[in-house]
Design a protein around this ligand. Structure first.
Ligand code: SF4
Length: 260
């Protein structure tokens, strides 16, 4: 049996120790990738929970278009895995309702709702309109900082990201190091037909917004429906160069370092 990963030494606050920890986590992620990266999503989830221990691993979900797949797989293995939802304060009402329905459907017992910091909102977005002027700043307050804070208690977290979704994800490994933690993408190699087949075979509830053409679902002000044949993520920040909110980009690594 492989050794349980060492917990990063967050108590020291010594930069060189942090760098050494990050290097050790990078080695750990590479070793996990080599051992488990080619397994099915369900076996990846099983192996990761066994490896890290259920108290040291969480799942981050947007409760978007195909979030049911990862959450159903996790629930089949361990319903007590914490499920983190970043409540930006700008979500569709349908997404919030869907979140609660899926949690109930799968009997997931540890939903954690993380909200932006009150002080940051008061200083940077007091009237909730920052997204109209500066989406990067808005995402930093409402998504990136809360995301870094939400994963701080854990050694690793699951995401539902897939390689087909974006250029920035094409070369994505299943196991990735993000500063002192490991990010796990069990569905990395899955395509739209795999996801649709799994949803169908397991009779999973769909986010109601999908029926209206929302194939990638984020905050209400920054999400539009897409036309048939268009890229699913083209409805996110439509008309802007922005394609990611930042919670999956290197910026998160800096934010994760900041909450050490
Ligand atoms: Fe703000 Fe839009 Fe980012 Fe949501 S997706 S945090 S509303 S900029």
């Amino acid at each position: 049996m492989e050794a349980k990963p060492a917990r990063p030494d967050r108590a020291s606050g010594v930069a060189t120790t942090d760098r050494a920890n990050d290097a050790a986590v990078a080695e750990q992620a590479a070793a996990l990738q080599a051992t488990y990266g080619g397994l099915s999503p369900q076996r990846v989830i099983e192996a990761a929970i066994h490896h890290f221990g259920s108290a040291e691993i969480a799942a981050v979900s947007s409760f978007g278009a195909d979030s049911a797949v990862l959450l159903h797989m996790i629930a089949e293995i361990d319903r007590s895995v914490p499920v983190i939802f970043l409540d930006t304060g700008q979500h569709f009402g349908e997404t919030l309702q869907y979140r609660d329905q899926l949690i109930g459907d799968f009997a997931l017992s540890n939903l954690r709702i993380i909200t932006p910091l009150e002080d940051a909102l008061a200083a940077g977005d007091p009237d909730g309109t920052l997204h109209k002027r500066d989406t990067e700043a808005c995402c930093a307050i409402r998504k990136v900082e809360p995301m870094a804070r939400s994963v701080e208690p854990y050694a690793a977290w699951f995401t539902g990201r897939k390689r087909f979704q974006a250029e920035t994800r094409k070369a994505m490994d299943v196991f990735e190091a993000v500063g002192p933690r490991v990010r796990i993408n069990p569905l990395a190699s899955w395509g739209t037909s795999d996801l649709a087949g799994y949803m169908r075979d397991n009779a999973l509830r769909e986010n109601p917004l999908v029926a209206y053409g929302y194939l990638s679902i984020g905050c209400f002000p920054c999400t539009q429906p897409v036309q048939p044949g268009e890229d699913a993520r083209s409805g996110r920040w439509a008309g802007q160069a922005k394609t990611e909110c930042g919670i999956h980009l290197p910026g998160l690594e800096n934010a994760v370092q900041a909450v050490r």
